[in-house]
Ligand binder design. Structure first.
Ligand SMILES: NC(=O)c1ccc[n+]([C@@H]2O[C@H](COP(=O)([O-])OP(=O)(O)OC[C@H]3O[C@@H](n4cnc5c(N)ncnc54)[C@H](O)[C@@H]3O)[C@@H](O)[C@H]2O)c1
Length: 258
């Protein structure tokens, strides 16, 4: 991949992806909401920082225009920025809206700006969407995250089904725990889910290496934790049993048994 954009690349998984692509010789645009974080990663890897909010349509259009102006196009767009808020039905509307905008609408804005350009020729292009295993399964302790990641996966599926024959390969990265600030913040808050996920968490550069392998093929799902495929099969094949298992885990969390 020669010309790459990564959103939310000032830290965590996005920074690891940006570093990996740069080390393979790609020209990389580093986006993040935090300008200093974007600058730091970009200067480290010889990339171009373009700070901005992935959940803002104008910022996203500016990011993509900059890529065309500076690199002449984009071969791989990594829509990676995402947020996780603990919460349930009582979580305030403004939090639900913010999480919806970052975890779902950011992908809509990217494709709105990118597809008219990408569909002009039949050169191969890739859209990597960082979703989560929570989009295939669920995440106890965060209804906004479980719901918005399901929606992000649904949008990725729809894009793949609609545009695959037109040279656009959409892939959905669905890890469980990854050792980043997002997971650390959860553990510090005392989230039982985060503590459980931390036990099998992968380092971000390991996830980036799995992505590197997956970009050589065109599998829709990228599952750095292979056991997620089995959980997903179980959920589809026997939802009552799977939900029974999840509820058992919830009860264990509530009783402090985990
Ligand atoms: N860490 C995990 O365990 C885990 C597991 C599965 C999926 N994910 C997903 O991976 C992606 C990256 O997560 P992470 O763990 O690296 O998180 P992180 O919080 O460690 O890093 C995310 C980066 O994105 C930036 N960011 C946040 N909102 C943004 C916005 N609106 N626009 C631009 N940048 C923004 C942050 O400033 C930060 O630098 C997210 O989509 C997340 O949901 C994470």
């Amino acid at each position: 991949m020669k010309r790459v954009v990564v959103t939310g690349a000032g830290g965590g998984i996005g920074a690891a992806l940006a570093r990996r692509f740069a080390s393979e010789g790609a020209e990389v645009i580093v986006n993040d909401l935090d300008p200093a974080a974007a600058e730091a990663v970009a200067s480290d890897i010889g990339g171009l920082p373009v700070p901005g909010d992935a959940a803002n349509e104008d910022d996203t259009r500016r990011l993509i225009d900059t890529a065309w102006a500076e690199l002449g196009g984009i071969d791989l767009f990594c829509a990676n920025a995402g947020v996780l808020t603990a919460g349930d039905e009582s979580t305030p509307d403004d939090v639900w809206t913010r999480d919806w905008n970052v975890n779902v609408m950011s992908h809509v804005y990217v494709t709105r700006a990118l597809l008219p350009r990408w569909l002009q020729d039949d050169q191969p292009k890739r859209l990597l969407m960082t979703v989560s295993a929570a989009g295939l399964l669920t995440l106890l302790g965060s209804a906004p995250y479980a719901v918005t990641k399901h929606a992000a996966l649904a949008y990725a599926e729809w894009l793949r089904a609609t545009y695959h024959h037109r040279g656009i390969t959409v892939q959905a990265l669905c890890p469980q725990g990854v050792r980043t600030d997002m997971l650390t913040r959860g553990s510090e808050r005392g989230s039982a889910s985060a503590a459980l996920l931390a036990e099998s968490a992968l380092e971000p550069d390991v996830v980036a290496a799995k992505v590197g392998e997956a970009l050589l093929g065109d599998s829709f799902l990228i599952l750095p934790h292979p056991e997620v495929a089995e959980f997903y099969r179980l959920r589809a094949g026997d939802p009552d049993r799977w939900l029974g298992g999840m509820n058992k885990m919830q009860r264990a969390f509530e009783s402090g048994a985990r």
